[in-house]
Design a protein around this ligand. Structure first.
Ligand code: FE
Ligand code: FE
Length: 305
C-alpha cells in the first residue's frame, strides 16, 4: 500500500494543529449573564447591562430545559457539511417553524422588569403570530434593521441566539472541514460579532471570530480584516487602561472595524458582554467615520436599549 511517510516535525505539527471550531460551553448564557452583572458595577450604562443580564439568564434557563422541537434533518446536515455549506444556515432555517417553541419558552422564562418600554416590546412579541415573528426574524438575521421595531431587537435577537446555540450544541461537526478566510460562521452563515484572541496553551495567540448568532468560534488569521480581507495598515484602537481588554481592529480599506477581545488583558472576558460594555468605543469610532460591521443581536443599531 502506497502512503506518505511523515517526518517527525510534520507529525508534531499535525498533532498540535489547533481546532478550526470552538463550540460554546453549555452554560454560555449564564456566563454572559454573570459577566454583564459584574461589568455593570460602576458602569455608566449599569441599568442597561443588568437588563441584558436578565435576558441572558432566561436564555440559559431555556437552554437547560428546552421545549421539544423538530429534530434536525440529518440528510440536509450531512449534505451541507459535504458541500462546505453551513449546516444551520440562518437565512433558510429562520423561515421554518422549528425555532418558534424556543421563542415561546424564552417569553415564559423571562421575568419582565418594571419598565414600560420593555413590557410593551415583550407584549408585542407575545401577541405577534408566527408569520409576523418569522418576518421580523428574517429581517434581523439579514441585518435589515429598518424592517422591524428597534425595541424588539434585543428580545427577538436573544431568542434566535438561544435557538441557534441549542441546535449547534446538538450537532456532530466532526465532518466539518477547515476553510481559510471564512468571513461568516461556518455553522450558521451569520457574520461575526467580535474576535477573540486566545491566551492559553495550544490556542495561545490565535484569533477566533465569534458568531453573532450561534456563538461558535472559528479560526481566522490575525492582522487581516475579517470584512474585506485586507491586510494593509490595520489599526488597533482602544481606550488606555480599559478593563474589558477590547481593541477595535480598524480597516482603512473598507472603513469598517471589528472589536477584538484580548483574553491576556481580561482573562475572565466574554465577547458579547465585553462588546456591550464598550459602546463608548463604538461612539468614538463612529465620530471618526468608521462603520460598525458586526451585529450584536442584543443591540439595536443606534444604541437604543
Ligand atoms: Fe454561527
Ligand atoms: Fe476591511
Amino acid at each position: 500500500m502506497a502512503g506518505t511517510i511523515l517526518e517527525p516535525g510534520q507529525i508534531e505539527a499535525a498533532a498540535s494543529k489547533p481546532p478550526f471550531i470552538n463550540l460554546p460551553p453549555s452554560d454560555l448564557f449564564a456566563l454572559r449573564s454573570e459577566r454583564l452583572h459584574r461589568l455593570a458595577d460602576d458602569h455608566p450604562l449599569a441599568a442597561y447591562l443588568r437588563l441584558l443580564a436578565d435576558v441572558c439568564k432566561a436564555q440559559q434557563q431555556v437552554l437547560d430545559n428546552p421545549p421539544p422541537t423538530a429534530p434536525l434533518d440529518e440528510r440536509r446536515t450531512r449534505e451541507s457539511l459535504r458541500h462546505d455549506l453551513p449546516p444551520l444556515a440562518a437565512d433558510t432555517l429562520v423561515r421554518d417553524d422549528a425555532w418558534l417553541p424556543l421563542l415561546d419558552a424564552w417569553l415564559e422564562a423571562y421575568v419582565v422588569p418594571d419598565n414600560p418600554a420593555v413590557a410593551a416590546a415583550i407584549n408585542q412579541l407575545r401577541e405577534a403570530d408566527s408569520g409576523q415573528r418569522k418576518a421580523w426574524a428574517v429581517a434581523l438575521v439579514s441585518g435589515q434593521y429598518d424592517s422591524l421595531p428597534p425595541a424588539l431587537v434585543p428580545f427577538l435577537g436573544a431568542t434566535l441566539q438561544l435557538a441557534w446555540s441549542h441546535r449547534l450544541l446538538q450537532l456532530d461537526l466532526s465532518a466539518m472541514r477547515e476553510r481559510e478566510d471564512q468571513t461568516h460562521c461556518p455553522c450558521c452563515g451569520a457574520p461575526p460579532m467580535a474576535g477573540i484572541i486566545r491566551h492559553r496553551a495550544q490556542l495561545n495567540g490565535l484569533r477566533y471570530l465569534v458568531c453573532s448568532l450561534c456563538a461558535c468560534e472559528w479560526h481566522y488569521v490575525r492582522l487581516k480584516c475579517s470584512h474585506c480581507r485586507s491586510t494593509k495598515k490595520l489599526d488597533y484602537l482602544h481606550f488606555e487602561g480599559s478593563p474589558q481588554g477590547v481593541k477595535a481592529e480598524v480597516c482603512p480599506d473598507c472603513n469598517g472595524y471589528l472589536k477584538q477581545l484580548y483574553l491576556e488583558l481580561a482573562p475572565d472576558g466574554e465577547s458579547l458582554s465585553a462588546d456591550l460594555a464598550t459602546l463608548d468605543l463604538d461612539l468614538l469610532l463612529a465620530e471618526q467615520g468608521y462603520n460598525r460591521q458586526a451585529p450584536n443581536l442584543l443591540l439595536a443599531p443606534g444604541g437604543d436599549a
